[in-house]
Design a protein around this ligand. Structure first.
Ligand SMILES: *Cc1c(COP(=O)(O)O)cnc(C)c1O
Length: 384
């Protein structure tokens, strides 16, 4: 068994008989079989489906093979976006009358999915405080089918005790789904902690260059088969070009995460000492309320941290504008650093009882030299 740095490079080599050192982009919507038996195999086995690109494509197969190895699952599926992966997974597993337990804080579109879609389809959702495993336990009902986790959660970086909640779910025969986008499989492997299904937005760390939109689901063969049937119906198909870009991104995922983890920790520590900063939120800082849990379940703490300005919201907005290296953009996980004034992005999306503090800036660290990022922060804080 190779280590992750090697798996991300060679984990897909067995897949096709290609001679190119670099993988080929199979830009075809349809593939031919040599006979009817081969056609049957090409159109019915989720891991190897490749008769029609909506069912599967050779570039998909390569991505799936690497992602399953990185997350430690039997297999994986690819979709055209993180939301495509999330919606397809939930619609494959849930029916009217089922109950879902999810967190108060999720990625914005995931939260919208509960409000705008699942309720209309007769699926009830209870939202609980993710920092309390007992809250998941208390929310369990006779008809609870699935528990959805996201850790670290967007945008305030609260953590969920993944192993603790997985144990509770297993004891009650409840399926678990974890959105692992913010950690990446390099920093956190939910399957090893007991989670059944791992969902990713490949648009973030996995792709890593702010160019492709994609999603991945990593799970067992039997669950993948069920989710794949729904996928073929819903049609959230990753284009061969984006699959190829994702494959290219995965080659450098371990080395990018190493730099990103180190850059983020250095900048978070630096800002914690800066007189203009009220607080820094990052799971890798001793001041994070779940620092011990972070150390237990994560190998690195990712590229996203948030920091609050003592002087308040107007200064925070001026700092965002004064920064010269990061783009003012609402995503994360790529080679370029990005910043966003958090309350602006989440305006009107959170309940009045749990508002986003107006002085917070979210920073997604890229792979630039950390001293340049630090000097840029110093000049922006000084001028704002
Ligand atoms: C971006 C993101 C998603 C959605 O992914 P898309 O690729 O934009 O559809 C889901 N979950 C998390 C945590 C994300 O950051």
């Amino acid at each position: 068994m190779s280590r992750i740095e090697t798996t991300s490079i060679i984990g897909d080599r067995k897949i096709t008989g290609e001679k190119g050192v670099a993988p080929a982009i199979h830009y075809s919507a349809v593939f031919a079989a040599s006979d009817s038996d081969e056609f049957a195999e090409m159109s019915s086995v989720p891991q190897h489906a490749r008769n029609y690109t909506r069912y599967g494509n050779p570039v998909h197969e390569r991505v799936k093979s690497i992602m399953a190895a990185l997350e430690g699952t039997e297999t994986a599926l690819v979709m055209s976006s993180g939301m495509g992966a999330m919606v397809t997974t939930l619609l494959a597993l849930l029916s009217a009358g089922d109950h879902v337990i999810a967190q108060t804080h999720h990625y914005m579109s995931t939260a919208n999915l509960f409000d705008e879609m699942l309720s209309r389809l007769g699926v009830e959702v209870s939202l609980v405080d993710q920092t309390q495993p007992s809250a998941f336990m208390s929310a369990i009902r006779q008809n609870t089918k699935l528990i959805l986790l996201e850790s670290p959660a967007n945008p305030l970086l609260e953590l969920t005790d993944i192993e603790g909640v997985a144990k509770i779910a297993r004891a009650h025969g409840i399926l678990t789904v974890a959105d692992n986008t913010f950690a990446s499989p390099i920093n956190q492997q939910p399957h090893a902690l007991g989670i059944d299904i791992i969902v990713h937005s490949a648009t973030k760390y996995l792709g890593g260059h702010h160019d492709l939109t994609g999603g991945v689901v990593c799970t067992s063969r039997s669950l993948a088969e069920q989710i794949w049937r729904t996928h073929v119906t819903l049609g959230s198909v990753l284009s061969p070009m984006d699959a190829w870009l994702l494959l290219r991104g995965l080659r450098t995922l371990p080395i990018r995460m190493e730099r990103i983890n180190a850059n983020a920790l250095t900048l978070a520590r630096f800002l914690s000492q800066h007189p203009s900063i009220e607080r820094v939120i990052y799971p890798g800082l001793e001041t994070h309320p779940q620092f011990d849990l972070a150390h237990r379940q994560m190998k690195g703490f990712g590229g996203v941290f948030a920091f609050g300005l003592r002087e308040g919201p107007d200064t925070a907005k001026r700092v965002v504008s004064a920064l010269r290296i990061p783009f003012n953009a609402g995503s994360l996980g790529g080679v370029d650093s990005l910043v966003i004034h958090v309350a602006t992005m989440w305006l009107g999306t959170r309940p009045a009882t749990a508002p986003i503090p107006a002085n917070l800036i979210r920073y997604s660290v890229g792979i630039e030299h950390v001293d340049d990022l630090k000097e840029d922060l110093i000049q922006a804080l000084g001028s704002a």
